[in-house]
Write a protein that binds this ligand. Structure first.
Ligand code: G3H
Ligand code: 13P
Ligand code: ZN
Length: 317
């Protein structure tokens, strides 16, 4: 059942975080639904501009619709990840998306406000909520590359102004993470002080954490043992920090890279061990099972596992 992103936030806020998973194809969709149903967790499906263009937006949207039928017990929202203005309007007008993200964080403050406000006005007229970004994460977002030197944390006082002026419904805040596999070297932690300060200044506003993959050492090691060449010093977000962050206001946790690592590990190992194989369906089936396991594990760490029935009841009431 597709619900609004706001309904998911209302249930989760300050209790647990909703996993927001990027998908691009049918195998990821099947694994995601299976993992969430098995772990009894609500979730958010994220489609990026790249995912909508990978085959065709109608293909990935049809896959989501099919999964909704195949898994009637699932409760989820459909979200546009890192949209530009034109893509936001396309999704708003389609009537399929529960929420959109307008990412104008690379623009100066006033321009970010102006763009975000235009999207908010058009989205709210159709009952769709908007995630906007303030501050800059390091790493690669869609077409925009931010090197670490230019990444900057969200300023909580600026956040107050930004939310007031734009009317956005949730805030993607830069709280120490970055996109991709190479976030940290060593033992960095999330900036809990920034999260706490935003929540204290804007109570009730769900904070979104981008760049939340944990980049497990075991996955990187297995990929490299099967022929990959990933930097073995790559580190991500400590999974044990998801729930403490959720209790301070981080309500949506975006995960993409970790799922790509699962895909790479499964396929590299499969074809290394079966070099005469060329049917892609056997490794595809292994991937779906492994991805489902991975999703269920993440949901446990986010605290969303086991929340499905309580959410279902609260949606009725
Ligand atoms: O933050 C970006 C997400 O990981 C989506 O990646 O734009 O390559 O689909 P993508
Ligand atoms: P990761 O690269 O850490 O998975 O972050 C994904 C993300 O923020 C999608 O918007
Ligand atoms: Zn992101």
């Amino acid at each position: 059942m597709i619900v609004t992103t706001q309904q998911l936030y209302k249930h989760a806020y300050l209790k647990y975080a909703v996993g927001a998973y990027n998908i691009n194809n049918a195998e990821q969709a099947m694994g995601l639904f299976r993992g969430c149903v098995e772990s009894k967790a609500p979730f958010i499906i994220q489609l990026s501009k790249g995912a909508r263009n990978y085959t065709d937006k109608r293909v990935i949207e049809a896959i989501v619709r099919a999964c909704e039928e195949i898994f009637p017990e699932a409760i989820f929202a459909v979200h546009l990840d890192h949209g530009d203005e034109a893509t936001c309007y396309d999704c708003i007008d389609s009537g399929f998306y529960s929420s959109v993200m307008i990412d104008a964080s690379h623009e100066p403050f006033a321009e970010n406000v102006a763009i975000t406000k235009r999207v908010v006005d058009r989205a709210h007229a159709k009952g769709i909520s908007v995630e906007a970004e303030l501050g800059m994460l390091g790493g690669v977002e869609e077409d925009i590359k931010v090197d670490e030197g230019h990444a900057c944390l969200t300023n909580p006082d600026e956040a107050v102004e930004f939310v007031k002026q734009t009317g956005c419904d949730s805030l993607a805040a830069a709280i120490g993470t970055s996109h991709g596999a190479y976030k940290f070297k060593g033992q960095q932690s999330l900036r809990f002080d920034v999260i706490e300060s935003i929540t204290q200044k804007i109570p009730g506003l769900p904070i979104v954490m981008h760049g939340s993959s944990s980049v497990p050492v075991s996955e990187v090691t297995r990929i490299n043992e099967a022929g990959g060449k990933l930097d073995p010093s790559a580190r991500g977000v400590n999974e044990e920090e998801y729930l403490p962050a959720a209790k301070l206001g981080v309500t949506k946790v975006n995960i993409d890279t970790d799922g790509r690592l699962v895909w790479t590990r499964v396929h590299r190992e499969f074809f290394r061990d079966k070099p005469t194989e060329f049917d892609f369906r056997p490794p595809g089936k292994v991937f779906i099972a492994e991805y489902a396991k991975f999703i269920a594990h993440k949901n446990t760490k986010l605290g969303s596992a086991g929340q499905l029935e309580d959410l279902r009841q609260s949606l009725k009431g």
